[in-house]
Design a protein around this ligand. Structure first.
Ligand code: NDP
Ligand code: 8X3
Length: 250
């Protein structure tokens, strides 16, 4: 049985991926800050596969390292790393941007992804085997108005994904990114600081991607034969042509 560690497993894309992996018999290490949600998921998904939970904030490198070092023997060989934890914070023109929001996005989406990867890559290089999937975004492929620092953080994920693939090539490790367009999750609730009306509007008037759509693609990606690496994939809903061109029926 393969073992996957998923960051940001308490919500949205990470939670849907955890659920799909459990249904497909992949042992799970679920990570997030919300311990209660992790425990609920453990109870539910633990009916299908062994599940271990790790509670840490990806911004704290010491906590990340300690958590991963604490893994019990049944869980400490990680075959698949899903670097998914992340969010947008704010949607403001650069001149009005909040330093706290900028720090959050760069610390979580970029540095957090690096901290988790650094804690896990050595065991993969030692075994000459492993699969890393970085969750990027269309925001890592194009920049949209007011997206400035979020887009920068996802362009960084795009660069890190390419860099990892180059550097880990001689170690036989698969590295790839899945870059979704708009997916209906808590993403906009977080971005708009719990303004639910504003958040809901982002996904209204068109048939938006659901987190299960991305989980399906992630599952497809990890179940290809080992010589096949889905290196960089952009996924949009049919109604979305770019970050700003969405065919809404309102
Ligand atoms: P959600 O808000 O639903 O989920 C975000 C997840 O990240 C939560 O599980 C949260 O867990 C975790 N997380 C956030 N901050 C931290 C932190 N400091 N430390 C540890 N975990 C953290 O959003 P999505 O599912 O949509 O987002 C998942 C990924 O997908 C992100 O990287 C996002 O940028 C990307 N993405 C999303 C798109 C969308 O339209 N929804 C499109 C393209 C990419 P907890 O709160 O428990 O810590
Ligand atoms: C999330 C997609 O368009 O809100 O990464 O930036 S978008």
């Amino acid at each position: 049985m393969k073992t996957a560690l998923i960051t940001g497993a308490t919500s949205g894309i990470g939670k849907a991926t955890a659920t799909r992996f459990a249904q497909e018999g992949i042992r799970l290490i679920l990570c997030g800050r919300r311990e209660e949600v992790l425990k609920e998921l453990q109870n539910e998904l633990g009916k299908h596969v062994p599940v271990h939970t790790l509670t840490f904030d990806v911004r704290n490198n010491e906590d990340v390292t300690t958590a991963i070092e604490s893994l019990p023997v049944d869980f400490n060989t990680i075959d698949i790393l899903i670097n998914n934890a992340g969010n947008a914070h704010g949607l403001d023109p650069i001149q009005n941007g909040s330093i706290d929001d900028w720090d959050a996005m760069l610390d979580i989406n970029v540095k957090g992804l690096l901290y988790v990867s650094k804690a896990i890559i050595p065991q993969m290089t030692a075994r000459k085997r492993g699969h890393i999937i970085n969750i990027g975004s269309t925001a890592g492929k194009e920049v949209y108005p007011n997206g400035n620092v979020y887009c920068a953080s996802k362009h960084a994920v795009d660069a890190i994904n390419q860099g990892m693939r180059l550097d880990l090539n001689k170690h036989n490790i698969r590295v790839g990114a899945i870059n979704p367009g708009m997916v209906e999750t808590d993403f906009s609730k977080v971005r708009f600081k719990n303004d639910e009306d504003r958040a809901d509007k982002v996904y209204q008037g068109f048939d938006c991607l659901q987190p299960e759509d991305i989980a399906d693609i992630i599952h497809f990606t990890v179940t290809r034969p080992y010589h096949v690496n889905i290196a960089d994939l952009v996924v949009l809903s049919t109604a979305q042509a770019s970050s700003t061109i969405v065919n809404r029926n309102d």
